[in-house]
Design a protein around this ligand. Sequence first.
Ligand code: FAD
Ligand code: UQ1
Length: 447
Amino acid sequence: MAVSVIQQSRLVIFQGLKTSSRHFTTSLSAQKNYKLVVVGGGAGGCAVASKFVKKLGAGNVAVIEPSQEHYYQPMFTLIGGGIKTLSQATRSMKSVLPAKCEWIQSKAVNFDPVNQKVTTANGEEVGYDYLVVAMGLQLNFNKIKGLPEAFDLDPQVVSNYWDKTVVNTYPAIQRLKGGNAIFTFPNTPIKCAGAPQKVMYLAEEIFRKNNTRKDTNVIFNTALGVIFGVKKYADSLLKVIEARDIQVNFKRNLVEVRASEREAVFENLDNGEMEVFKYDMLHVTPPMSTPDELGTSDIVNEAGFVDINKETLQHTKFPNIFAIGDCSSAPTSKTAAAVAAQCGVLEKNLSAVMKQGTQSAKYDGYTSCPLITSRGKCILAEFDYNAQPLETFPFNQGKERSSMYQLKARVMPELYWKMLLKGHWNGPGFYRKMMRLGMGSSQKPAA
Ligand code: FAD
Ligand code: UQ1
């Protein structure tokens, strides 16, 4: 029977990846089959699909992605600061997915790694030889009591994290006449861990320009116990915070928003007590998780992340599955910069697996966070799995610099659309090594 032949063949691949390409036509089964299926058409999904469609050819790569739009999310900080518009951060999904790959416009809702298939919300079964999961993170606004309603009831409640709310941030900053401007950081892993404070620095600068700063308390309530996970950059940020008279409350986790009273309720994570803050503007970074559709599958770990080897990016149990980006278990800070560095490693290792070769590339955890501290200044944090700086440029990136702001605001969007999404950008590792060689291997970057 055709179906059992397919299933046996899938098992052979699963056990030893001994079989090469197989393409089952609809005459054998109702399900569509591809050599490579990529789930998610965001930063990681587009980059991987672009790389592999060149190797595998038209018709052999499918991307499962429900959204009509693709957002360059790193620009959301600048949109909230009134520097860029949402349309500058938006492209149609059709225009960014590689033309030669097949776009299955639906959500993946079920993963069956043993039988090597994914089911979509439309009920389609999509078979694969190899699978790359690139589903990003889900924003869980509904985990904060009263928050979804507060977005509708109070225009002073905003969030840079969502395309639907990012456009409200700048008007809220401009409307503020004084009082408490509160910026939050949740108690879950999030994408771009610097973004909850970048918006605050831009807002604080605008309050000064608008002459409302003297009447405004700028407050950062974070569930974390540190301002940033890498000491070098944390030290720089604490100096900025002190110089600009910003109040930081550590271990405070937002649990409720009472829009009608303009109150935000935070749990003090040290003693479990609830603390009520009056707000006049509230910027919320929501709790995040991997998408619900991954939550119950066999490919995730206990925390819900796709369970991969942190160096090879290959799944720990299913050798024909890899993951990239925010939904993977790689224990690094989740950014597009990390996606770029992972992309080169994934390309080498998945290609080796496809040829039954040895995986040689190792991901060192490289990630980067351009910490915008004002309109025109940025601390470019770059670091690895050990939270050690891994800087590209031959100067001290712990300082606020206008050159790094220009890199973030002008160069990065081009690098993203024209290089990363097309599969041509594997992060700055190569350039970093070149610069170090040019300076003599033992030389440290200048202060
Ligand atoms: P995404 O790009 O989020 O893509 C995930 C895709 O999966 C989406 O298209 C989604 O529709 C799709 N998907 C979800 N569920 C399903 C499903 N069930 N089936 C199929 N598809 C699904 N990074 C930086 O490097 N520098 C920065 O300065 C920076 N600033 C940021 C500021 C903000 C405010 C935000 C929100 C993010 C920022 N980032 C930054 C982070 C960066 O945008 C993400 O880390 C990056 O986009 C992750 O890529 P990804 O492919 O893992 O996920
Ligand atoms: C990066 O590679 C990248 O992906 C395209 C980003 O996302 C937009 C970044 O923000 C950063 C900082 C990098 C790292 C690149 C360089 C040149 C340091």
